[in-house]
Design a protein around this ligand. Structure first.
Ligand SMILES: *Cc1c(COP(=O)(O)O)cnc(C)c1O
Length: 431
C-alpha cells in the first residue's frame, strides 16, 4: 500500500500542529505507523490522500450513523447555509430539534444545545453542583466525558477514592473534588459516597465506549440509581456516544434507568459540532436567564449544525428497523472476528449494542478498566496494522469502540471477516 502522501502530510503537520493532529488519538500513537490523511468519504468508505480506500468502522468516532457524505444531511446543510451561518439570536429550528430529542428519548424535559460533548458534561456538572449545593462528583475509572478539568481525573493509588489529575495542568484543588469509582462495582460507589458525604452527582457512560466497549450490568445500573437517590446525588448519564447509537432511546432506553441529567453529542449533530445537555425541568430551569447558573456559547445551536441534526433525526425516525439492522451487522462482524481469532487460538472478547461494537484481545470477559488494561495491546497493534493494509479502518487503539453505519451491508462485513482470517493467519505465521 502506497501511503507516501500521508507520510508527507504527517511530517508537514508536525511542524505546526503538536503531534500533527488536532486530537491526540488520531496520531496512531498506540498502534504505531502513520495516520492516514483523509481526502474524502462516501458511505461506508473513506479514501486517503494516496487514494487508498478503507471500510470505516470509526465514522468520525461515532457521529456518522448514516455514513459519510449522506445525501439527505448534505442537502440539509447546503440549504441552511444559503440563509446565513450564525446569528447569535434564537432560531425556530433549535426548538424543533430539542422537541424531537425530548420526544424520542426519555429522562429529558428541557434541554440546551452546545458545541461539543466536553461542554455538555462540563455544564451538566456545574448544574448538578448548583442544584445540590455540593462540590464533589463521582466518575468511573475508564469512562471518558471530554477534557474539562473536573473530569480529567483518574483513580489514586491503592484504595484511595479521591482522584488525582490525569493530565498536568489540572489543579489538585479541582481534582480533589472528583472521586473515582470502579465500573460495575457498586461497593466502590458506596465507599466514595460514604467517604465524601458531599457528592453532587455521579456521572457514567451506561455503555462505556472509551475503555473499549464495556456495557454496565443491569443490576449495577439499578443499584446506582437507588444509591444516588439515597444520598441525594444526581445521576448524570453521558449519552454523548451511546445516544441514538445503541438504540433509539440510547443506553437509557436499554437499561430503563432514569437519569436526572443526560448529555448528548456525536450522532445528534450528524457530523457537525453539536451537543446538548438536558434533564428534569426543575434542574434545567436553574440555568441563566431563568436561574443564576451561568452557561453560554457564541455558536451554540447554530443553524447549520442544527439542520444537520434535524436531517439525522428525521432519517432515524423514518427507519424503525435501523438499530436492529445495524445490530445484526455488528453481531455478524463480532462473531466472525471471534471465530477467526479462535481458529488460531487467539482469545477474543466481543460485545455489541445497536451500532456500537468492541473486541478485546483478552482471555477473560472485561467488566472494568483494570480488566480492559489486561488486554494484549501488542496483538491489537499487529491486527490493526494488518487490517489497515487490507483496507479496513478500525479505531487505532484497543480502548475504543467500533461503529457500524447504515451504508454497510452483509457482503461488506463478510469481506472484512475474510480479511481478518488472512490477518490472523499471517500473524500466526510470523510468530
Ligand atoms: C466523545 C465523548 C465525549 C466528548 O465529546 P467531544 O465532542 O469530543 O467533546 C464525552 N462523553 C462521551 C461518552 C464521549 O464518547
Amino acid at each position: 500500500m502506497n501511503i507516501l502522501q500521508s507520510i508527507n502530510d504527517f511530517n508537514e503537520a508536525k511542524q505546526v500542529i503538536p503531534g500533527g493532529v488536532n486530537s491526540p488519538v488520531r496520531a496512531f500513537g498506540s498502534v504505531g505507523g502513520t495516520p492516514r490523511f483523509i481526502a474524502k468519504g462516501k458511505g461506508a468508505y473513506i479514501y486517503d490522500e494516496d487514494n487508498n480506500m478503507y471500510i470505516d468502522f470509526v465514522q468520525s468516532w461515532g457521529p456518522l450513523i448514516f455514513g459519510h457524505a449522506d445525501a439527505v444531511i448534505e442537502s440539509a446543510i447546503i440549504e441552511a447555509i444559503k440563509d446565513g451561518l450564525s446569528f447569535g439570536a434564537p432560531t425556530e429550528k433549535e426548538t424543533t430539534l430539542v422537541k424531537q430529542i425530548i420526544t424520542l428519548t426519555q429522562s429529558v424535559e428541557k434541554m440546551r444545545l452546545v458545541n461539543s460533548g466536553t461542554e455538555a458534561t462540563m455544564s451538566a456538572l456545574r448544574l448538578a453542583r448548583a442544584y445540590t449545593q455540593k462540590d464533589d462528583i463521582i466518575k468511573f475509572e475508564g469512562c471518558y466525558h471530554g477534557h474539562s478539568d473536573s473530569l480529567l481525573v483518574s483513580a489514586g493509588s491503592g484504595c484511595a477514592t479521591f482522584g488525582h489529575p490525569s493530565s498536568p495542568g489540572v489543579p489538585n484543588d479541582i481534582s480533589k473534588h472528583t472521586l473515582v469509582a470502579r465500573y460495575n462495582d457498586i461497593e466502590s460507589v458506596r465507599l466514595c459516597l460514604e467517604e465524601s458525604k458531599n457528592v453532587a452527582c455521579v456521572i457514567i457512560e451506561a455503555l462505556a465506549g472509551n475503555m473499549g466497549f464495556v456495557p454496565a450490568d443491569e443490576e449495577f445500573m439499578r443499584d446506582l440509581r437507588a444509591l444516588c437517590d439515597k444520598h441525594n446525588a444526581l445521576l448524570i448519564i453521558d449519552e454523548v456516544m451511546s445516544g441514538f447509537r445503541a438504540s433509539l432511546r440510547g443506553a437509557i432506553g436499554l437499561y430503563n434507568v432514569e437519569a436526572d441529567l443526560v448529555t448528548y453529542g456525536k450522532v445528534i449533530g450528524g457530523g457537525m459540532p453539536l451537543a446538548a445537555f438536558g434533564g428534569r425541568a426543575d434542574i434545567m430551569d436553574m440555568l441563566s436567564p431563568v436561574g443564576n447558573v451561568y452557561q453560554a456559547g457564541t455558536l451554540s445551536g447554530n443553524p447549520i449544525a442544527v439542520s444537520a441534526g434535524l436531517a439525522t433525526l428525521c432519517q432515524i425516525k423514518a427507519n424503525p428497523m435501523l438499530y436492529e439492522d445495524l445490530e445484526g451487522l455488528a453481531k455478524r462482524l463480532t462473531s466472525g472476528l471471534k471465530a477467526a481469532a479462535l481458529a488460531h487460538n487467539i482469545p477474543l472478547q466481543v460485545d455489541c449494542r445497536g451500532s456500537m461494537f468492541g473486541f478485546f484481545f483478552n482471555d477473560k470477559q472485561v467488566k472494568n478498566f483494570e480488566q480492559a488494561k489486561c488486554s494484549d495491546v501488542a496483538m491489537f497493534a499487529k491486527f490493526h496494522q494488518k487490517m489497515l493494509e487490507k483496507g479496513v479502518y478500525f479505531a487505532c487503539s484497543q480502548f475504543e469502540t467500533g461503529f457500524i453505519c447504515s451504508a454497510m451491508n452483509e457482503a461488506m462485513i463478510d469481506e472484512v471477516i475474510s480479511k481478518a482470517q488472512e490477518a490472523f493467519t499471517e500473524i500466526a505465521y510470523e510468530d
